[in-house]
Design a protein around this ligand. Structure first.
Ligand SMILES: [Zn+2]
Length: 466
């Protein structure tokens, strides 16, 4: 019986991961991501799904990032009625991330209606919080490394891939006996030797590999280590009695920064400064980490045995309410404030910027990628002024960037991971990368796997797996 794979997203872009595997009259959708970024890409979320969602039998998610999971409420709203499979930690993260995604959809629609920017009569959100509630009810949780069957035709194992809490590659066995095919979906590949999370495990043998390519053309800076660079910044703030503002993603990056600060304090490399996490979502996610020791690496497990609260610097505070957040405006340095959003596009970080960016003792530290067109990117390109709350504000703060904290493997790390496969896969499909990156990554993979067929699928392409 024929098996085929169809590509519904993440082809020529790093968002909208959606791949359909069909066998006999059965099918499974791997990842169900939202298209994010510029308007013309986001518009793809409004297109009809390539097959009626009611005709999809199963969905499995590699990890909770919205570009892999954020279309789920829309899929359910449009008639999908099967189970959504995810690891336990991914499921927990989705309970936080999807309601937030719905809120953003609803706020966007309200903004467009207020400004009358929509070409349609009335802008409608892609989905709302009720759709999210319905989608979450479809989730079925699984432990990593434990195989499970989906009817007669599919079997799945989640294998750890690092990246973010709960993230896993999906090893899919399709069909039975002589007909059986193995397809491995990398999801987003994490890094080796980073704190908190386990390293990616070596990939199992598969006929067919679907691999990401976000950093298929790039290497991360290794020296000096990001932790050493962070120590330098914190010590400078201490000397200047300034405010250190760290815009940070709520999932993963915030927890890594907290952990590094704690380790640096334990080593005596930095003084114990007051550290505030000022983002309700980041606080919820940080607390959730403590429930998932199954994803922790050995270094951390040894560390925890001495002190249960490994994500809290010694002088640590969480600000939940807007009133508590506002109080921070009047605190003197030295002080560290970690807040969202990571690219300065929204969230409480804007208020802190507004109050502190004109002070030369302030330092703004970017610890994540700043996409084109975001306020964060604009500030890096033009560090003299910032447009905030409808005002042009003069920037006197120091602006620093540390690039080594990425949660994505670079090409060397991805090659190391892929080479762990016992035999070469017959076919490798390259997804989840910008259009100009995928051919570069294809060349590197072809060198490493000279006998494999390397393919760069386009959206809506379909391939028979034989
Ligand atoms: Zn991801």
């Amino acid at each position: 019986m024929e098996t085929s794979i169809r590509f519904f997203g993440a082809c020529g872009t790093v968002t909208g991961s959606r791949f359909l595997v069909e066998h006999a009259d059965d099918n499974i959708l791997i990842d169900c991501g939202l298209f994010q970024g510029p308007r013309e890409i986001r518009q793809l979320n409004r297109d009809p799904f390539p097959i009626p969602p009611a005709d999809i039998n199963h969905v499995a998610i590699t990890h909770a990032h919205i570009d892999h999971s954020g279309y789920l409420p829309r899929l359910v709203r449009q008639g999908f009625d099967g189970k959504i499979h995810a690891t336990c930690a991914t499921s927990d993260l989705l309970q936080i991330l999807l309601p937030d995604a719905a809120m953003i959809q609803e706020e966007d629609a309200a903004y467009y209606n207020r400004k009358k920017l929509s070409r349609h009569k009335k802008a409608l959100p892609l989905y709302n919080s009720l759709d999210v509630k319905r989608a979450l009810a479809h989730i079925q949780e699984h432990k990593p490394e434990e195989p499970f069957k989906l009817g007669e035709n599919f079997q799945i194992v989640y294998h750890t891939i690092g990246h973010i809490l709960g993230a896993s590659m999906i090893y899919l066995k399709v069909g039975r006996g002589e007909d059986q095919k193995d397809i491995l979906f990398s999801g987003d590949i994490g890094r080796y030797g980073v704190p908190i999370l386990k390293d990616p495990v070596p990939p199992p043998q598969a006929d067919c590999l679907v691999i990401e390519s976000t950093y298929g053309d790039r290497l991360h800076t290794r020296e000096p280590s990001p932790r050493e660079q962070l120590a330098e910044v914190v010590n400078r703030i201490y000397e200047n009695k300034g405010v250190l503002l760290i815009p940070s993603f709520a999932v993963g990056r915030t927890q890594n920064i907290l952990y590094h600060l704690r380790v640096l304090e334990e080593e005596g490399t930095i003084p114990e400064l007051p550290v505030f996490v000022d983002s309700p979502m980041a606080i919820s996610v940080t607390n959730l980490y403590y429930n998932h020791p199954e994803h922790f690496d050995v270094e951390l497990v040894e560390y925890i045995s001495e002190d249960g609260e490994f994500l809290t610097p010694k002088n640590f505070h969480m600000t939940r309410s807007p009133a508590e957040s506002r109080k921070l405006n009047h605190r003197d340095g030295p002080i560290i404030i970690i807040s969202a959003s990571g690219m300065l596009t929204g969230g409480r970080i804007r208020h802190h910027l507004y109050h502190h960016i004109q002070d030369p003792s302030t330092e703004l530290l970017f610890v994540g990628y700043q996409a084109h067109g975001t306020r964060g990117r604009n500030l890096i390109e033009n560090p003299d002024t910032i447009h905030i709350f409808k005002q042009e504000v003069k920037v006197r703060a120091r602006i620093t960037q540390i690039n080594g904290f990425s949660a994505h493997a670079d090409y060397e790390e991805m090659l190391k991971w892929a080479s762990g496969m016992p035999k070469r896969p017959k076919r490798i499909f390259i997804v989840h990368g910008e259009e100009d990156v995928r051919p570069i990554w294809a060349k590197k993979l072809q060198k490493q796997f000279p006998d494999s067929e390397i393919l760069i699928p386009e959206i809506e392409d379909s391939f028979a797996i034989d």
